[in-house]
Design a protein around this ligand. Structure first.
Ligand code: SAM
Length: 382
């Protein structure tokens, strides 16, 4: 294919002419992006942007493989609608520009016993450079559940996510491990219910100011989910419509705190370029979004995630010396692994048993930095 400058210029000229003929009233606000050859469709594509500084995408013009004639374009009415939407949109207050290089808050490793809803409010912006957590499951303890109903649970999660957003550094990652939950049937005449927790949380996470990046599938070996009982009926009766697969996957949902800055900015703006260099992931890595990892087990906690999962998340989404926050710390998997990987940690859990478990573990460690243990003033024994 001919990629010479003449072809790109021709694509531009033809596109500009099309704009002045079809979008006469709006041509001042439209600018052209870089014309590119799309080998899948054997055609040239010229992106159309709004000139409002942020280059919002308005549509595109498609030309034949010599960039000599137009073979397609975004509907004119759609382009006009998009321009109108931008005009009607009130600009958000300009974000304060950082003048200095990024410096994480100087906070030691901490394990705190308390309700994250209260504890997180004590921390300033730039406390955490990564959040990695797996939330309490709605209905995990039906006999003394803390939530009035599922909506109450989602509201609670929304509050936690909002607070995580406030103390996470700009452009950094919020990663949450979840899976749908089964609500067992209450009698022979009712059916069980599956709550799509990952999808319901997704809407909330975006609303709280995060940008969706990835949905990584954590795949466990076959057989891992049989104890849930799902799929047994179908295995026996084989009726259509009764099919239910045994769940052997969980979601590792990856979000970035919304910013107009590229990830490159996070790399370049770091106060210590050597730490960025030392945090490079060399050698083998997970090329795809399916991570095969065995489940975790604990004698004292029913729902731990495996060290290996925390290891992968921490290495891909943080730099050395960053602080990793887990607002639902459990047995402290996130902190244990973070410390081994030369990161700092902040772990919060509202169960006294898990707090003591974490305290015992970190106190017995001979090496590793200082760890503070704290019982939050709002904490009350249940
Ligand atoms: C799924 S577990 C996390 C397990 C952890 N990832 C591990 O590997 O050990 C969720 C944890 O959240 C804690 N939790 C529930 N509600 C909380 C709240 N409001 N504040 C702090 N922790 C809470 C529970 O006690 C539980 O240990």
């Amino acid at each position: 294919m001919n990629f010479e400058r003449g072809t790109t210029n021709r694509a531009r000229e033809i596109s500009l002419k099309w704009i002045s003929e079809n979008l006469t009233d709006s041509k001042e606000v439209i600018s052209l992006g870089l014309p590119e050859y799309d080998d899948r469709f054997d055609a040239w594509r010229v992106p159309l942007h709004h000139q409002n500084g942020k280059k919002v995408h308005l549509g595109e013009i498609k030309l034949n493989n010599q960039a000599e004639s137009i073979v397609g374009f975004t509907e004119v009415s759609l382009i006009k609608e998009r321009i109108k939407k931008i005009k009607d949109h009130k600009p958000e207050k300009a974000q304060k520009r950082r003048k200095t290089l990024f410096q994480p808050a100087a906070i030691p490793n901490q394990v705190i016993l308390g309700n994250s809803l209260n504890v997180l409010s004590d921390f300033p912006p730039d406390t955490a450079q990564l959040v990695f957590t797996s939330p309490p499951y709605f209905n995990a303890k039906p006999e003394y559940s803390e939530y009035v109903d599922y909506q109450d649970y989602l509201d609670f999660m929304g509050e936690i996510i909002k607070k995580c957003h406030e103390i996470l550094s700009e452009g950094r990652f919020f990663i949450i491990n979840t899976s749908p939950v089964l609500i067992r049937r209450t009698s022979r005449n009712t059916s069980s219910r599956r709550l799509a927790i990952p999808f319901d949380l997704h809407v909330i996470i975006e609303k709280m100011g995060f940008e969706f990046i990835d949905d990584i599938i954590w795949a466990k070996p076959e057989g891992a989910g049989w104890n849930l009982g799902r799929g047994r009926r179908f295995k026996a009766d084989r009726n259509a419509l009764q099919y239910k697969p045994v769940p052997v996957t969980e979601h590792v949902m990856v979000y970035r705190k919304k910013t107009d800055k590229l990830i490159d900015w996070n790399l370049r703006n770091h106060h210590d370029p050597q730490l960025v260099e030392d945090s490079k992931i060399l050698g083998d890595y997970d090329v795809t979004d399916i991570w095969k990892i065995h489940p975790g087990h604990s004698k004292i906690h029913p729902a731990v995630f495996p060290d290996e999962l925390a290891k992968r998340v921490i290495q891909y989404y943080s730099f050395k010396k960053d602080l990793v926050l887990d607002p639902f710390g459990g047995t402290g998997t996130t902190g244990r692994v973070a410390q081994k990987m030369d990161r700092r940690f902040l772990l919060i859990d509202n169960e006294i048993r898990y707090f003591h478990h974490m305290k015992n573990y970190f106190e017995q460690l001979e090496i590793g930095g200082r760890v503070d243990f704290d019982i939050h003033e709002s904490f009350q024994i249940k």
